[in-house]
Ligand binder design. Structure first.
Ligand code: HEM
Length: 490
């Protein structure tokens, strides 16, 4: 259909009607937005820009998140209102408010995770559990993820780090982020669900059409395909990333379900995380297959970008701080000297890596590796510490107090030695807080310290591209995956 000056009525209606509708919509939205309050308390000051669906999304994502936060916080204070990715959002660096939010699981707040991620992680994931179910599943996970249990896993991590570093022998340059991601994923699979091709002969058949030289590579391929759908538009149309991700997930799901069935039938018994998930919870009930599967998926996802992100930023920081690098060499060389050739690291060795631990902490203080926009959705109107969080709004936790000079003098300077003194309570929260505190932090520490030991004792390294930028795609990482020039140490 076309219209022309022969249809002046229609033309005039469109000419006046469209702007009028747009004006009314924006007017309604402005009124609706500013009228928002909880028990008479208005939402914090801020700006949501003129188009409600877009809000400040473009401004917020076109600069590093820290630049955006500090600009808005200078204008509006430690807690401000904005509109990001279609959601009215309150962002805060206020310690009391953050502490309160972290401590809630069942009082009207749920994890703010995009819909696509939710579908791919699975609805029965720990990330979306609340109330008693969350508590019971956390308690079940506590055992296998405790340091006492993990001590027995250190030799496996040690071998994985040593093997990973050994593959660099013929190379002069490696990209740290790519290498570390392979290592972290391998460990996650090994710990969560022991994959043994002899015990699971059907796996070869199920994965026959998946690219990869062996089962682990095929599983990694499926995992990464699933991951690529996490930030994609939820279009279930052949060819889209989301469609491919859902297909990969369904294949992985089939494989894991068969492994679970073998364990339940007692055909295979392994000492891994999955075996612990088959035990009864404190009320005597068992997890369903879907709950087990979704949580294995969730732990794979939760461990991957975070641990890899931490290591890659640590290596970058070490390259840029020669004194720290020299002191770390001394720390690791002393441990190496105390061990026989090829002897695996022990928990006692890891405990000697004090400066490495401080370097990890300092890195996590400066870079929020879990992504800058973590937080909670309000399932009902919430009033907390004088801040109104209306129903369906998001409260985003920026960890901005990590850069508060009152707690961390010269906060923008990389200085691991500051961790010689424990920071004041709740000023340093890289693992979150309250009942959702990261349950994988002990495993992450073992992976990180062990990898740094093998890297530092085997190679001298320097940045190959000192001007490399940062990509802020969900999780921050060096844009070219941090290429480093390496020379074997004799
Ligand atoms: C350097 C590495 C890591 C960092 C910095 C980190 C950080 C965090 C943070 C801040 C949270 C809380 C998020 C929130 O409250 O919204 C969290 C939750 C979680 N993390 Fe980690 N994490 C790391 C590694 C791991 C690893 C290796 C695993 C698994 C083995 C893991 C499993 C989880 C799980 C399952 C949750 C959700 C807990 C719940 O909702 O109850 N994380 N992590």
């Amino acid at each position: 259909m076309s219209f022309s000056v022969q249809e002046p009525g229609l033309f005039l209606a469109i000419l006046l009607g469209v702007p009028l509708l747009l004006f009314l919509y924006v007017f309604y939205y402005v009124a609706f937005f500013y009228a928002h309050s909880v028990d008479g308390v208005k939402v914090p000051r801020g700006n949501f820009w003129i188009f409600p669906l877009i809000g400040e999304t473009i401004q917020a994502f076109s600069v590093p998140p820290l630049v955006y936060f500090s600009k808005q916080m200078q204008k509006y204070g430690d807690t401000f209102t904005t509109h990001l990715l279609g959601t009215p959002t309150i962002l805060t660096k206020d310690i009391e408010l953050s502490k309160w939010v972290y401590s809630q699981t069942n009082k009207g707040l749920s994890n703010a995770i995009p819909k696509t991620t939710r579908e791919l992680l699975g609805r029965d994931s720990i990330f979306f559990m609340t109330d008693d179910v969350h508590k019971r599943v956390r308690n079940l996970m506590k055992g296998p993820l405790s340091i006492n249990e993990l001590v027995g896993f250190i030799p496996t991590v040690d071998k994985a780090a040593s093997d990973s570093i050994a593959t660099w022998k013929s190379q002069k340059q490696v990209r740290v982020y790519q290498e570390i991601k392979k290592y972290v994923l391998y460990i996650a699979w090994s710990y969560l669900i022991t994959i043994n091709t002899q015990a699971y002969p059907y796996m070869d058949q199920m994965l026959a059409n998946v690219p990869g030289a062996h089962v682990m590579e095929k599983l990694a391929h499926l995992y990464y395909t699933t991951q690529s759908g996490m930030m994609a538009l939820p279009l279930l149309i052949p060819g889209t990333n989301y469609y491919k991700a859902m297909k990969a997930r369904s294949l992985l799901q089939g494989v894991i379900k068969k492994v679970i069935a073998d364990r339940q039938n007692g055909l295979v018994k392994c000492n891994d995380f999955l075996q612990s998930m088959l035990l009864p919870m404190e009320d005597g009930s068992l997890l369903t297959d879907d709950q087990i599967m979704d949580n294995i998926f969730s732990l794979l996802g939760a461990s991957d970008a975070t641990t890899s992100g931490c290591v890659v930023w640590m290596v970058k920081n070490i390259c840029e701080h020669p004194k720290v690098y020299e002191d770390l060499k001394a720390e690791h060389d002393a441990i190496k000297m105390s061990k026989a050739e090829g002897e695996a690291l022990t928990n006692a060795d890891l405990k000697k890596m004090t400066l490495t631990l401080w370097t990890m902490n300092e890195t996590l203080r400066l870079v929020k590796v879990v992504g800058f926009f973590t937080g909670r959705y309000a399932d009902e109107d919430v009033l907390c510490k004088g801040v109104a969080i209306p129903k369906n709004w998001k409260i985003g936790l920026t960890h901005g107090y990590h850069r508060d000079p009152a707690y961390f003098p010269e906060p923008d300077t990389f200085n691991p030695y500051r961790f010689e003194k424990t920071p004041p309570p709740f000023t340093f929260t890289p693992w979150g807080g309250g009942c959702r505190t990261c349950p994988g932090k002990e495993l992450a520490k073992i992976e990180i310290l062990t990898f740094m030991y093998h890297l530092i004792t085997n190679y001298s390294f320097e940045r190959a591209e000192p001007d490399e930028g940062t990509t802020w795609h969900q999780f921050p990482y060096p844009s070219n995956f941090l290429p480093i020039n390496i020379t074997p140490r004799i």
